[in-house]
Design a protein around this ligand. Structure first.
Ligand code: AMP
Length: 288
């Protein structure tokens, strides 16, 4: 497995692989790898000749009061996992490698961003779109793999690829969960033992909402209220948002008559956890 740290190295590696006629599958991450990331890598491994993983905690997508400094990092362990998953090349730049000088040009996301995490994390998706634009130019992937755990990110990347004509196919990958339903996340290490016990109710709250739809409920407000009550009854977490929108356009709707996302974000003491389910108007999951 190759490990590259500079933009020049990874770009020339990718150009060479392309010249050899290989397809490149790209899995962008912030590291501290877990089974969610591994599922993305496995998916890439089945579609593409060459799998490139990037590990970069991108300062541009963190707000001033967010966890950029304390975001968990463990390069040695990440490299072992990548090797175990048969990754061909890992790109691990420093912040200085990625941003050697202050940027003259950045991306601005104008749709799909004024709701959910985009609303409560101002500038977050601009930072995501900027780093991905750079990474797509460096890694030159045929396909890029993104987890539906971050479904709004998938929606924004979908728009980025289409609006700016990146010759990249987006592959959305279903959320990998712990045995009790908690979505796997690098940020789960921030949870206290008690919070970890409570965190399983987030997925249960989403499934409760979805079961209402399966049983014929169509009213957005009724579902949102039920989900809010469920979270408040079972956890000490503070709700950032509970919302139900069309997917992937992320438009409001009052009556469920198409594919929707039911999404939540909840603050615990040191962690803000997000989760979602995406389903059709009959309540059946859209991705499994
Ligand atoms: P992160 O390192 O948190 O930026 O995540 C890197 C990629 O892994 C993103 O596309 C995430 O959506 C995806 N990912 C993170 N957690 C999960 C999970 N539990 N299941 C599936 N994909 C995930």
């Amino acid at each position: 497995m190759k490990v590259f740290r500079t933009a020049e190295e990874i770009q020339s590696y990718s150009l060479n692989k392309r010249k050899e006629g290989k397809t490149i599958g790209f899995v962008p991450t912030m590291g501290y790898l877990h089974e969610g990331h591994q599922r993305l890598i496995k998916e890439a491994r089945t579609h593409d000749d060459i799998v490139i993983l990037s590990i970069f905690v991108n300062p541009l997508q963190f707000g001033p009061s967010e966890d950029f400094e304390r975001y968990p990092r463990d390069e040695e362990r990440d490299l072992k996992i990548a090797e175990m998953e048969n990754v061909d090349a890992v790109f691990i730049p420093t912040v200085n490698d990625m941003y050697p000088r202050s940027l003259s040009i950045t991306m601005k996301v104008t749709e799909r961003t004024d709701v959910l995490c985009g609303k409560s994390r101002e500038g977050h998706f601009d930072g995501v779109a900027t780093v991905l634009t750079k990474l797509f130019h460096l890694i030159l992937p045929h396909r890029a793999y993104f987890g539906l755990k971050d479904a709004q990110q998938v929606a924004v990347v979908d728009a980025l690829i289409e609006d700016l004509n990146f010759p990249v196919e987006l592959i959305p990958v279903p959320t990998v969960r712990e045995g009790d339903g908690l979505a796997r996340s690098s940020r789960n290490v921030y949870l206290s033992e008690e919070e970890r016990q409570e965190a399983k109710y987030l997925y249960q709250a989403l499934e409760h909402g979805r079961s209402l739809v399966k049983n014929g409920e169509k009213d957005r407000n009724v579902i949102i209220n039920e989900v809010r009550n469920f979270i408040n009854e079972h956890t000490h977490g503070k709700i950032d948002y509970v919302d139900l929108l069309t997917y992937p356009e992320l438009q409001p709707l009052t009556h469920i008559n198409q594919r929707v996302i039911l999404a939540i974000a909840v603050f615990f003491n040191k962690a803000r956890l997000i989760d979602n389910v995406i389903f059709e108007q009959n309540g059946e999951l859209s991705y499994e």
